[in-house]
Design a protein around this ligand. Structure first.
Ligand SMILES: NC(=O)c1ccc[n+]([C@@H]2O[C@H](COP(=O)([O-])OP(=O)(O)OC[C@H]3O[C@@H](n4cnc5c(N)ncnc54)[C@H](O)[C@@H]3O)[C@@H](O)[C@H]2O)c1
Length: 596
């Protein structure tokens, strides 16, 4: 029978500790909450009261339940108060020597049968356990931030943790309404090992001014459906904690330089910019501890100002191509009130595209999202042509032909001859350098990337790719056009993967490497990212949807352009593609999709 936990201790009441106290107290367990000083206790208590008051205000917690919850907590200074608890969770800052000292002390103070757990994100639970005389009763219980909300708990067993202790802690997680994955003691466990390389990379993009904080965050939220952008998440985690986690992962995890903390993080920590908890990190918050972002000197000005930047007026748009993207883009522009000239390579193709646009618009009508009049008006705005000559007087051309550089270059050379001066020439390429396309014309200042996401009528994001030759007016025009389409345009440099793919695919590749190393299963890894980080899909689900061949191609491009050893495609990914396991489209990828 699983052990009954009637009272637990929590040591350290910061970002994580206060939330962990709430989780236990909400589930009817008495908590001794311990901090280093009376002031720190007060801070922890204020965090918890704030959180439970918000839950009451939102109708998620009855007032009486809040009062009962608070009554279960005994706030104390010093570890001596923990003498009779059944389990302790330590959540002090991420330093091995500090944690070892605390565990040695807990070993002395706590009753012999008590389980001692650490909430460490990256330190070795084994190294922490040997500071005690009971390493078999030491375990990692890694909650996710915010602890009351995130469903996942990683249970970390060392080589000496006893099987009973693991089973008892797993049963406790279930009682707390959490889903646990039990794993061995490796730097970053599952979720952080996959998350922190991505977060560090995002900070690196920001540090190098590749894109603004708002654009990096919007790209990952709108392009991948993540609950927060990476820089907002760094602020939530706390930059000091994130620094320590990265530093430990770098040292413990094979010195992968993708985990070497980007210098900016250290600078911000030194300057006291720790994120939400200090009121300022990548963003500025209403006050320390508040989740409300307030404008600061880096807050961008509105699109109205983009027009003032010299954006050109766009009324008539040419869309070249007849595939999925071209079809979606025609619909998007036509619906937004632009006059559209669709150019394909023949009347037959034009008829097909026209049919596809009609079908899609009709779906909108059936779903009640579009009136019949609006559908007819949108269709009435499109003319169908099989010759580029009809693009002589458009204001903007969006090219969405096959992803081959020679074809795109030839097309841009033709557009250069045909189009009037001042036209913005845009490519939707997702992997080719925009500058190569631009240099096929005599007007590279007017060329830009407009990377729409599939399906274009639905996905709210467009990456606006500036080359080193793109003019400010062209970029301002692209921004104004995106706003006119009701899309969020994010501006970035002309580098492989732009923002979204550059940040997404290395993470997916890392998940494959983790599976390949037999650290965990595809199911547990998918669970960890969904329940621990709020991702809409786990990495293996996503890889099967995107296609393993497509993912491999993107990862190869990133690796070739950036020469980052950590970006080398996972051998397992290569083998699956070679074996024809391409994901859903071939019936099998990481999972078998032929069985229902
Ligand atoms: N922040 C996250 O998103 C996150 C997520 C999961 C796990 N973790 C892990 O949780 C642990 C705590 O991280 P955090 O972000 O909550 O840190 P934090 O800096 O917000 O809080 C740490 C708290 O520990 C207290 N403390 C320091 N020394 C102490 C002592 N000797 N006795 C009692 N209290 C002491 C500090 O006063 C502070 O309030 C770390 O191991 C971290 O890796 C963090």
């Amino acid at each position: 029978m699983a052990r009954e936990f009637t009272s637990v201790g929590v040591v350290g009441l910061g970002t994580m500790g206060a939330g962990i106290v709430e989780v236990f107290a909400r589930n009817g367990i008495d908590v001794v909450a311990v901090e280093i000083s009376a002031a720190a206790v007060e801070r922890g208590r204020a965090t918890l009261t704030g959180s439970t008051d918000r839950a009451v205000a939102k109708g998620k917690l009855a007032e009486a339940d809040r009062d009962a919850l608070l009554a279960r907590i005994d706030w104390q200074v010093g570890l001596d108060a923990l003498h009779s608890v059944d389990l302790v969770i330590e959540a002090v800052p991420e330093h091995l020597d500090l944690k070892q000292r605390i565990f040695a002390e807990l070993d002395r103070v706590c009753k012999p049968e008590a389980i001692l757990a650490t909430n460490t994100s990256s330190l070795s639970v084994t190294e922490i356990s040997v500071a005690t005389t009971r390493p078999n009763q030491v375990i990692g219980i890694h909650f996710f931030n915010p602890a009351p909300v995130m469903k996942l708990v990683e249970v970390v067993r060392t080589v000496v943790t006893s099987a009973d202790v693991v089973a008892d802690v797993e049963a406790l997680c279930a009682r707390l309404g959490k889903v646990d994955v039990t794993i061995s003691d490796r730097a970053g466990f599952i979720a952080n090992a996959l998350l922190f390389g991505y977060l560090n990379h995002a900070v690196g993009l920001f540090e190098s001014r590749y894109a603004t904080r708002e654009d990096i965050d919007a790209a990952m939220k709108l392009g991948c459906g993540l609950p927060m952008g990476p820089l907002a998440l760094m602020d939530l985690i706390g930059l000091d904690t994130a620094y320590e986690i990265l530093d430990t992962m770098y040292r413990r995890g094979g010195r992968d330089r993708r985990h070497a903390p980007v210098p900016l993080i250290k600078q911000m920590v030194t300057a006291g910019l720790l994120g939400r908890k200090s009121g300022r990190g990548f963003y500025t918050y209403e006050r320390p501890g508040s989740p409300v972002v307030v404008p600061d000197e880096h807050t961008p000005v509105s699109t109205g100002a983009a027009l003032a930047d010299g954006a050109r007026a766009i009324a008539k748009v040419g869309v070249v191509g007849s595939g999925t993207m071209a079809t979606g883009i025609i619909e998007v522009f036509a619906k937004a009130g632009y006059e559209v000239i669709s150019v394909t390579r023949g009347a037959e193709k034009s008829a097909k595209v026209c049919e596809a646009v009609k079908t899609s618009l009709n779906k909108g009508v059936v779903r009640g999202k579009l009136s019949e009049d609006d559908r007819d008006a949108a269709l009435g705005r499109v003319t169908w042509s099989a010759t580029l000559d009809h693009l002589a007087d458009v204001d903007l051309v969006v090219e969405a032909v096959v992803e081959e550089l020679s074809v795109k270059k030839a097309l841009f050379a033709s557009l250069d001859e045909i189009c009037k001066p001042g036209v913005v020439l845009a490519t939707t390429t997702s992997s080719l350098p925009v500058i190569d396309v631009a240099m096929a014309t005599q007007r590279p200042a007017d060329v830009i990337g407009l990377h729409f996401f599939n399906p274009a009528p639905i996905m709210p994001l467009v990456e606006i790719v500036r080359t080193i030759r793109t003019s400010a007016e062209t970029a301002a025009t692209a921004r104004a056009v995106c706003a006119g389409l009701g899309k969020t345009g994010v501006v970035c440099g002309d580098r492989s993967g732009f923002i979204v793919n550059a940040l997404l695919f290395p993470y997916l590749n890392d998940a494959v490497k983790m599976l390949e190393a037999s650290y965990s299963t595809a199911d547990d890894i998918d669970h960890a990212m969904k329940l621990g980080c709020g991702y809409p899909m786990g990495p293996f689900e996503l890889l099967d949807v995107v296609g393993l061949d497509v993912s491999l191609a993107i990862q190869r491009e990133l690796y070739l352009e950036l020469r980052e050893p950590g970006f080398a495609p996972a051998p397992l990914l290569e083998h699956l593609v070679t074996a024809g396991y391409l994901g859903r489209k071939s019936g099998r990828g990481f999972r078998d999709h032929t069985k229902r």
